[in-house]
Design a protein around this ligand. Structure first.
Ligand code: DGP
Length: 202
């Protein structure tokens, strides 16, 4: 028996940080946020994201985002095997959806993440009303926070959703924080007794 690996995905400013923190607290789990900007690789990514004039090639950024996930694997596997649920704020799917939106090929994007542990459930916080997202406080501060790019990222998330069967979607329009949290809890609750199967891999 091991603990579950739970991922919450979504566009920028859709409430992932709030929801992952709330879920983690309720589960007494461990929160992993990607990109993890604290590691040496994460610091490079932070510079890339916050300085739009940073000339780092797209492919290099993609590989660094992937490396940033690989940095955490051992830690994550240890936690799961010891019975601590792991909640992730973004994961492989953000990696693919954002880089595809900038023009990279889906298979190329997936390749460096091959072998990473697969989530037991991926919950996509979907906003139908993209205008309301771009009006949220702070939107536009980082490189990818551009309305046209977000539309493309959302379409890419839909492509990924049709490929991976552990995906669940919650429409967030018109819902408050607690309502979204209760939806998430309904999806996660069956996993709280533990998972009997081993971890799948990408
Ligand atoms: P966040 O810290 O969750 O606001 O994410 C920062 C930005 O980085 C956000 O616009 C989404 C983007 N992002 C997150 N993960 C990846 C990734 O793996 N690859 C790429 N290309 N972009 C990512």
């Amino acid at each position: 028996m091991r603990a579950p690996l739970i991922v919450i995905e979504g566009l920028d400013r859709t409430g992932k940080s709030t929801q992952t923190a709330k879920l983690c607290h309720r589960l007494n789990g461990f929160l992993v946020k990607f990109p993890n900007r604290e590691t040496p690789i994460g610091k490079l990514l932070n510079q890339y994201l916050t300085d739009a004039s940073n000339p780092m090639p797209l492919e290099v950024a993609h590989l660094l985002f992937s490396a940033n996930r690989w940095e955490m694997v051992k830690n994550i596997e240890d936690l799961l095997s010891k019975g601590t649920p792991v909640v992730m704020d973004r994961y492989v799917y953000s990696g693919v959806a954002y880089s595809m939106a900038k023009g990279l090929d889906i298979e190329w994007c997936l390749a460096p993440d091959k072998g990473l542990p697969k989530p037991d459930v991926t919950i996509f916080l979907k906003a139908n009303d993209l205008d309301s997202i771009s009006q949220r406080e702070g939107f536009g501060e980082e490189r990818y926070e551009v309305a046209s790019l977000q539309t493309s990222v959302r379409n890419n998330f839909e492509i990924l959703r049709s490929r991976y069967d552990e995906w669940k979607v919650i429409i967030i329009d018109g819902k408050d924080i607690d309502q979204v949290h209760e939806h998430i809890w309904e999806l996660v609750c069956p996993l709280t007794r533990g998972v009997t199967t081993g971890l799948n891999r990408f």
